[in-house]
Design a protein around this ligand. Structure first.
Ligand code: SF4
Length: 394
């Protein structure tokens, strides 16, 4: 039996920890790179082999190498990991294979090696084109390096590039945010843009700065960030970027297949590597679950070498939880592509009187049934509510 599966591979290494970062990433542990890549290959091979023994063969739908900073690892190590994915399943053509990279660690040779390994999509962490903001974030690159890195991707014939940007950065202003967006959308013209709102996570340098009084910085408030979000949407729409998920915008035909799978609960993805999350069957006879791998890269390597399990926190979803995920993932976060899945999967379960009672809410465009405030309530989102669905605004 052939089974479709999206694959995420986590590369948890960076040169330095950014001030806001709460991701599973280790700074400066180059000594672990090779052992980690070997552990990944073993993990991928073991997982697929277990399913192959039960006559289940994977058909890869997309592959995403994220981090961390994959571009701080040797291209050959990443190519080896990608190769293990090819060896353990079949591909759909044309296959979307994304790798994340950061401007300061990108090289033409690295790009060429990964393109030869099968990478088709490049996601570059630019964040801002204002030097003060990059410095505040603790990023290692300058605006000039970001421009040079993007130009290098284009010079290497990378035709599907996504640019990550952030808003809500300390010291950011409306003018700097718009300048960054304008340059990216009118001059660079990547195929895809992701916008991330800065959030202050416990345990980060930024959390400490705020506790200590703000570090002498201006911290944009929520109202400013909301304004910037809307402004970004206007500027992006004017350059033919359509929003297909709460943070993601793409030119026609360039919505990331891998991203869409996350918001479509009918699709499965398997995460390999430390802290990687999955939504699939952990074993051939097991039901589909959400689970993740242990967070510490060193422990992940040790366990893979010792033949011990690395996946934890498996939980099966009740039907009610599954419905909630459909509403909040497919309905609130994503747009039309996943909406159809929500309707197909759950509308038949509604009683006729519930379907009749559905009514559109003008500003947020979701439907509520007459039982919306009662136990057993059922809400169907017909269109993404990227501005939180709040019936009080009607
Ligand atoms: S580059 Fe990304 S993953 Fe690495 S420390 Fe900075 S924000 Fe975190």
């Amino acid at each position: 039996m052939f089974h479709p599966l999206h694959v995420y591979v986590h590369l948890p290494f960076c040169e330095r920890k950014c001030g806001y970062c709460a991701f599973a990433s280790l700074a400066g542990r180059r000594d672990l790179h090779a052992a980690y890549a070997a552990a990944l290959v073993r993990d991928i091979t073991q997982y697929c082999t277990t399913f192959a023994r039960a006559d289940i063969f994977f058909v890869w739908q997309s592959l995403y190498l994220g981090g961390g900073t994959p571009s701080c690892m040797a291209a050959e190590l990443l190519a080896h990991v990608i190769d293990s994915v090819w060896k353990n399943g079949r591909c759909v053509a044309p296959m979307e294979v994304t790798v994340e990279c950061n401007p300061h660690s990108l090289s033409a040779r690295w790009i060429r090696t990964l393109r030869a390994a099968g990478v088709t999509r490049w996601s570059i962490g630019v964040q801002s084109l204002a030097a003060t903001e990059l410095t505040a974030l603790g990023r290692l690159h300058t605006p000039a390096q970001a421009r040079a890195a993007f130009a290098m991707l284009r010079a290497q014939h990378c035709a599907n590039v996504s640019v990550d940007l952030m808003y809500g950065i300390p010291q950011q202003t409306t003018a700097t945010w718009e300048d960054t967006l304008r340059e990216i959308t009118t001059q660079w013209q990547p195929e895809h843009v992701s916008l991330y709102a800065l959030s202050i996570e416990p345990g980060t340098r930024f959390a400490r700065y705020q506790q200590e009084g703000g570090h002498g910085w201006h911290w944009p408030d929520g109202d400013a960030m909301m304004d910037w979000y809307w402004r970004a949407e206007e500027l992006l729409a004017a350059q033919n970027y359509a929003r297909y998920e709460i943070s993601n915008y793409a030119r026609p035909g360039y919505a990331a297949r891998h991203n869409l799978a996350y918001w479509d609960t009918a699709k499965e993805y398997c995460g390999f590597g430390a802290a990687a999350h999955s939504y699939c069957q952990p074993a051939p006879a097991a039901p589909r679950r959400r689970f993740r791998a242990i967070r510490a890269p060193g422990e992940y390597i040790r366990r893979m070498q010792a033949g011990q399990p690395v996946r934890v926190c498996a939980r099966a979803l009740t039907r009610r939880q599954s419905l909630g995920e459909d509403i909040f993932l497919a309905g609130l976060r994503a747009c039309a592509d996943t909406r159809a899945v929500t309707r197909r999967r759950h509308l038949p379960a509604l009683a006729p009187h519930q379907r009749r009672a559905g009514r559109p809410c003008a500003s947020t465009a979701f439907w509520r049934t007459d039982s919306a405030t009662n136990p057993g309530r059922f809400a169907i989102l017909l269109r993404a509510g990227h501005y939180c669905a709040d019936p009080a605004r009607d």
